[in-house]
Every structure is written in structure tokens, then in C-alpha cells.
Design a protein around this ligand. Structure first.
Ligand code: DP6
Length: 324
């Protein structure tokens, strides 16, 4: 038996990854920048067994169907290739996220599986190698290997596309992120399908790509200068731009729901009233609000007037992927 276990935390992009230049290798069209958070994580153990006939995947104790298992098997094939072994495996994954949050994260899941596999088969990958491997499972997972602020450099091939931590003198410890979990009836468009459709059909996509390098530069300047206003403004603007691309896709789509707009408007109103905060959204209706730790209680209190308490979760800067 060859077994390994790891825990990985989710990350939220402040400068978004949106679009691939290589689907097979998961090479992104642009660099992205994220903050790793402490509130949601995945623990995964993987056990390779030379006697086993096929891969099995348990999520939160439930044996998964062939579709979910196929995605995991595809990733394990890469691991098997690296180890030069054809052993099948049992993967047991547990998501530590509030139930019904719609936050089951592929980033923490695949980062944890990459680190657990590294352990199980003693692949000897360093953090850069782990980031490259996690990337092949889900692009955003390559950032969850590291704590704090993280940049994923797009690179030009499998070797050169990986994430690394951005020096920040621990400034992220002064920040907080409020997750506003939005009830939504819409049918999901996965981030994978959404970005594919956008790259292929959205007339706004070239504008997005053109603008990312400047946004990224601004974000890095803001982090170096510990300038919250600057980081918040570019985070909000970049997220809005990413979401704008979906409206010009064929067929068009949006991840926003009515309550997402309520949350966004509340952020703008709070800012007017002097509480500095900025929102961002990913491939779903939830809104994430960046603030300074000193304001987190006031922010949560203001949101409590519009959203039920169980829909509000405060997160802080989290840890890199850990072997258990
Ligand atoms: C909107 O990493 O989930 O959250 O690489 O296809 O697995 P795949 O996509 P994924 O996309 C994340 C998109 C995003 C922005 C971000 O996290 O940068």
C-alpha cells in the first residue's frame, strides 16, 4: 500500500484566471493573482494498491459515480506516469466548507490530491513541481500550494507554468474576506465551460486580455506598498471585467443572480459611508468582499441586515498545502 494525505486551502483570485491557451496542459491565457484563505479546505488521502482493479473516489464519505471518478482518474494518470506505475487508487476527499454553500472548491481539492499523491508515491516534487502538477487537475489549484498572496505565471509550456508566493511582509494578515453565500436557482456553467465559451466567442475577450497586465502590475504595486485602496480598486475592477466578458459570449451567460447585485450595491454603499471594502466574484453567484481586518466586524454587521448569518463567513489569510 502506498498512501499519502494532505490538506489544501482554497484561494480567491484578485486578478482572475479566465481562459486557456492550452486545454490539455491547462496553460492560462493570462497571469493571475490570488489570496489563499483559511476558511475552506479539503483533506484528501490517496492509497495506491497494486492489486486494485480500478480507481475509486469517495467525496465526503460517498462513493462517486463514473463521471466524477473519471476526472480524478485522469489526474491520477498523470501521477502514474510520473511514478512509472500503473497502480489504481482509492481517493478519499473531505471538503471542510459549510454545507450547501456552493463552494466545493476544485482548487483546494486538486491541490490536496497533488500533494497526497506526491507523498504516496514519493515523487519528490518540490513546491514548484507540486504547483505544476496541481495545475493539470484544475488551473486555480496551482495557486493553493502556497500561502498568502500568490501569482500564477502563465508560462509557455508545462515546465514554465506554475504559481509562486509574492513577498508581502505578511501584510495579508491585516486583511479579511467576507464570503456572502447567495441562494441561486440558476443552472451552473462550470468555470471550465464558461471560460472556454468566452474565449471562443466573446467579442469582449480581447479587451479583457489586453487589460490584465496593467491590473496585475497595479495589484503588485499595491501589495508592495501595502496600499489597501489600490489593491481593492483593482480587484473589484478586474473581477467586473472578467464577468463582463460572459455577457458577450454566444450564447451569453452570467454568474450573477439578483442577490449578487444586492451584495455588490451594499459594498458600494458602505464605501460611501466610509467603510472601505471591495467585492469580487468567481464562476458562481457568491460574492466575496475584501476588507481590512479592523473593519471585519462592522462589515459583517452591515451584511447581517440583508443576509442570514449562516450565509456570511469571514475568512483570513490561510496556509499553503500541508502533508498530514
Ligand atoms: C473564475 O481553476 O476552476 O475562479 O482550470 O478549468 O479547472 P479549470 O478552471 P478553474 O477556474 C477558476 C476561474 C475563476 C478565476 C480564478 O480562480 O482565477
Amino acid at each position: 500500500m502506498y498512501k499519502g494525505s494532505a490538506r489544501a486551502y482554497t484561494n480567491i483570485a484578485l486578478i482572475k484566471y479566465w481562459g486557456k491557451k492550452n486545454e490539455e496542459l491547462i496553460l492560462p491565457m493570462n497571469n493571475s493573482l490570488s489570496l489563499t484563505l483559511d476558511a475552506f479546505y479539503t483533506e484528501t488521502s490517496v492509497c495506491f494498491d497494486p492489486e486494485q482493479k480500478e480507481d475509486r473516489f469517495f467525496l465526503d464519505g460517498q462513493l462517486q459515480d463514473s463521471k466524477a471518478t473519471k476526472k480524478i482518474s485522469h489526474f491520477l494518470d498523470l501521477v502514474r506516469q510520473l511514478a512509472d506505475k500503473n497502480w489504481q487508487a482509492t481517493v478519499e476527499s473531505r471538503n471542510f466548507v459549510p454545507t450547501a454553500a456552493g463552494l466545493a472548491s476544485s482548487a483546494s481539492g486538486l491541490a490536496a490530491l497533488a500533494a497526497a499523491s506526491n507523498e504516496a508515491l514519493t515523487l519528490g516534487l518540490d513546491e514548484q513541481g507540486l504547483s505544476r502538477l496541481a495545475r493539470r487537475g484544475s488551473g486555480s489549484a496551482c495557486r493553493s500550494i502556497f500561502p498568502g498572496f500568490v501569482e500564477w505565471e502563465q508560462g509557455s509550456d508545462d515546465e514554465t507554468s506554475f504559481a509562486k508566493q509574492i513577498p508581502s511582509a505578511n501584510w495579508e494578515q491585516d486583511l479579511a474576506m467576507l464570503f456572502v453565500l447567495i441562494n441561486d436557482q440558476q443552472k451552473d456553467v462550470s468555470s471550465r465551460d464558461g471560460m472556454r465559451r468566452t474565449v471562443a466567442t466573446s467579442s469582449f475577450y480581447p479587451g479583457w486580455l489586453e487589460s490584465v497586465p496593467e491590473d496585475l502590475a497595479q495589484a503588485k504595486i499595491a501589495i508592495a506598498a501595502q496600499n489597501f485602496t489600490r489593491l481593492g480598486e483593482v480587484t473589484e475592477a478586474n473581477g467586473l471585467k472578467m464577468h463582463a466578458t460572459t455577457l458577450a459570449a454566444t450564447p451569453p451567460f452570467t454568474y450573477w443572480s439578483p442577490d449578487s447585485l444586492v451584495a455588490m450595491n451594499l459594498v458600494r454603499q458602505l464605501r460611501k459611508e466610509g467603510l472601505e471594502c471591495y467585492f469580487t466574484m468567481d464562476a458562481g453567484p457568491n460574492v466575496k468582499v475584501l476588507c481590512q481586518k479592523k473593519d471585519e466586524a462592522a462589515l459583517k454587521a452591515a451584511f447581517s441586515q440583508h443576509f442570514a448569518p449562516e450565509r456570511l463567513i469571514l475568512a483570513h489569510a490561510g496556509f499553503g498545502t500541508q502533508v498530514l
